[in-house]
Write a protein that binds this ligand. Structure first.
Ligand code: NOJ
Length: 744
């Protein structure tokens, strides 16, 4: 009997499928038809099957959180789980999919999700590094390749992009984001969504993207992960939400709630965030998934009495899918029977999930991502590796250069000193998905391949990343003495940034500072190569090393890409997307702060520290090149404009050095007086341009009302009449400026 029923229902699904194949309708027609199909399916589903679609469990293939679950295969069989994460590879995902299709009553396909953050098997630089390229096309390309590889390995869905703005480098997760600026963060969020989702989710090489973590997770107090967040609605809307809205405008399929509370309400129970803003204001029609057990954590927050209460709060707030918490799995049915949750609410959540399964074409063919041939031919390809090298070169930021870089390829002897010089394990950084660190190219290998056998390379670790052992210091000093150039390779371990990886001091860990000081004392031309997941406090290094190159964790091709920069095959073009503080006491530090009533001067009673300046060591937008650029002739198309006019800002940039190079031209504004105070600078445009030596290019930016608007005293998002400053430059500090007036 059950068998017959199941066959009958499967036939239903086949009919739905056939219908969908023969459709040649326009988009809205198609959408209506999808909704009709969802209606038919919903009418066949039991409450248990519905709750199954709202349940996401981890497999034991990878571990990305504190709890595991036994018996998830049994749960798939009984239709009690509709999505699985941390499982990838065609063999394994096909095996699980087969269970869902062949052994459950309705044969609803599973959705496979995973943290594909900066590459899947071919690993690109960590996201903070990618953001330092300021190259949206490259960032999109990296996400596209990640999607091609992930989908070839059976995945349908990535938990990326992470679009959290953060101004606190103690927070380890700054490595996963795009830095401190909202405008840039929003542009990058869009690029990543485009890359992952492509132009059509029906293509088998596209995957659903996730805008996470909604919301304000990057503002965790004191940079301690998962910590409380408290901010005004104005700051939330103006600084933290726009990258999410940008992702949504680009069609992002899913949102993930954050672990933190905002204004006393944990995000997974926040009607304000999930219902009022996301659904009502923004009209999001994808689905909302929690972060790992974040419904359960509402008990520890002190927001829910028990798991049942937490489940009720989450579903009624607007959470569609429960990641790993089994809160819905254990309690939703009872909550429905007690009328604490309406079946309508459940149906709406199931509808949101099924819609995405339809969009992916999984009802047409649940095995469309199960292609062995694709898995073998489209993962870790030569082309992908070349792109990873391209992005890794562009992500490096030259922080200092007193004429030692680029190093001549004719150099006779190089001492490569420090724990990152021959380090492979850390190069792919945290959240490296299915990346295999053993395939990463070390800096030593990259240099050797670049220089061949004419150069002698003496490699000495000198110390570990952590720990107190100084026993190799003398060998390191001797190596430096015997070298023409010293490359100091220093940094953090990969696990020191990412989730649950906050640090209270941002010095180089272990005895790396002592090692560097000992080596620098030798007095040879010294270049420091940094590999790390966040801004560090390195003022001492800026005072002593001849050059500093920030390479982040540059991914699978790290060694080649860094060697390209060190030896001049690539002229560095990266710019910081987070300010580097001078010390931890300056944090939070960001360029778009406000003036205060007593802006810093030499006078006593002004807003400053007694022991350190207010300025960062390296400001937002900063990064040097092997050539130099000059900014001239800043002109505005008008000195007064009306609200509906646009303003053209024109500036000449000249490459005044001997080498060809690229520059990120940055445009900032300041609204001098507002009904609420405005930041001293706000990024409102940027263009990355290539200039040959001696060449001048005229660049035009267009400013519209949208760029001048903000949340006014009455919380309207609009521009106010008055005077504005315009700044243009190669970073947020060194700029030329002009002024205009926005008429009443
Ligand atoms: C917890 C992290 O906060 C989130 O970013 C990630 O996607 C999930 N775990 C799943 O691994």
């Amino acid at each position: 009997m059950i068998n017959q029923l199941s066959k009958g229902l499967s036939l239903c699904l086949i009919l739905l499928t056939i219908l969908s194949c023969s459709e040649r309708a326009d988009q809205s027609n198609l959408e209506d038809q999808t909704e009709n199909k969802i209606d038919s399916l919903l009418s066949l589903m039991t409450i248990d099957e519905k709750i199954g679609q709202l349940t996401l469990f981890t497999s034991d293939y990878d571990v990305t959180g504190p709890t595991m679950r036994e018996g998830y295969i049994e749960d798939i069989k009984s239709g009690k789980v509709g999505a699985i994460f941390n499982a990838y590879g065609v063999d394994y995902t096909t095996k699980l999919q087969k269970i869902a299709i062949e052994e459950t009553r309705l044969g609803i396909p599973l959705l496979f999700g995973y943290d594909v953050i900066h590459g899947h098997k071919t690993i690109f630089p960590i996201s903070l590094g990618e953001s330092s390229t300021w190259d949206l096309a490259l960032i999109e390309k990296a996400a596209r390749i990640a999607a091609i590889e992930a989908s070839a390995e059976g995945l349908h869905w990535t938990f990326a992009p992470m679009v959290d703005i953060s101004r606190d480098p103690r927070w380890g997760r700054v490595s996963e984001g795009s830095g401190e600026d909202t405008y840039l963060g929003a542009a990058i969020a869009k690029a990543r969504v485009r890359g992952f989702q492509g132009s059509d989710l029906k293509e088998t090489n596209t995957i659903l993207a996730t805008a996470k973590h909604f919301a304000a997770y990057g503002a965790a107090l004191a940079g301690r992960d998962y910590n409380t967040v408290d901010m005004s609605d104005r700051v939330l809307r103006e600084t933290y939400l726009p990258p999410f809205k940008a992702a949504l405008d680009e069609g992002v399929a899913t949102f993930m709630t954050s672990f933190n509370e905002v204004d006393g309400i944990p995000a997974s129970g926040s009607k304000y965030l999930l219902n009022d803003i996301l659904r009502d204001e923004w009209k999001f029609n994808g689905f909302v998934v929690t972060d790992y057990t974040s419904i359960n954590e509402m008990i520890a927050h002190g927001f829910s009495t028990d798991l049942k209460n937490a489940a009720e709060q989450a579903i009624n707030a607007g959470v569609d899918m429960d990641m790993q918490g089994a809160a819905y799995y254990d309690h939703l049915k009872e909550l429905v029977s007690e009328s604490k949750v309406s079946e309508k609410t459940i149906d709406q959540a199931v509808r949101n999930v099924l819609r995405m399964k339809f969009k992916l074409g999984l009802f047409d063919d649940p095995y469309r991502y199960s292609n062995k041939e694709r898995e073998q031919s489209q993962v870790f390809t030569k082309e992908h590796l070349e792109s990873a090298r391209e992005v890794a070169r562009a992500s490096q930021v030259l922080l200092k250069n007193d004429n030692v870089l680029p190093i001549s390829k004719d150099v006779k002897t190089i001492a490569l000193i420090g724990p990152m010089g021959n380090n492979r394990r850390d190069l792919i950084g945290s959240w490296s998905a299915a990346g295999d660190w053993s395939k990463a190219v070390t800096l030593l290998e990259g240099i050797k391949e670049k220089l061949g056998s004419n150069t002698k390379i003496i490699q000495v670790n000198g110390s570990d990343v952590e720990g107190n052992d100084q026993s190799e210091f003398n060998r390191a000093i001797a190596a430096a003495r015997n070298a023409d150039v010293v490359i100091l390779a220093l940094g953090e371990n990969y696990w020191m940034s990412g989730e649950a990886a906050s640090r209270s001091n941002l010095d180089l860990p272990g005895v790396q500072k002592e090692l560097a000081e000992a080596v620098l004392k030798v007095g040879k031309p010294t270049v420091t190569v940094l590999m790390n997941g966040r801004p560090l406090t390195i003022e001492w290094l800026d005072n002593s090393s001849d050059a500093i190159l920030e390479t982040w964790f540059a991914g699978t091709q790290a060694g080649h890409a860094i060697a390209d920069v060190l030896f001049g095959d690539y002229n560095p073009s990266g710019k910081l997307t987070m300010s580097f503080p001078r010390n931890v006491g300056q944090i939070p530090i960001f360029y778009n702060n406000k003036n205060t009533g007593r802006p810093m001067t030499d006078e006593k009673y002004t807003s400053k520290y007694l022991d350190v300046s207010n300025d960062p060591l390296y400001p937002f937008g900063f990064g040097l090149s092997y050539t130099s650029f000059e900014y001239n002739n800043l002109k505005l198309s008008a000195d007064k404009i009306n609200i509906n006019d646009s303003l053209k800002v024109i500036v000449d940039i000249t490459n005044t050095g001997d080498l060809d190079g690229e520059e990120v031209v940055q445009l900032y504004i300041q609204d001098l007086v507002g009904s609420v105070t405005r930041p001293v600078k706000e990024l409102k445009g940027f263009q990355k341009i290539a200039l040959n030596s001696g060449e001048t290019k005229s660049i035009t930016f267009t400013i519209t009302e949208q760029d001048l608007a903000f949340y006014t005293a009455s919380m309207d998002f609009k521009a106010e009449a008055g005077e504005f400053k315009i700044f243009v430059g190669g970073n947020s500090r060194d700029v030329i400026e002009s002024k205009f007036t926005l008429n009443k």
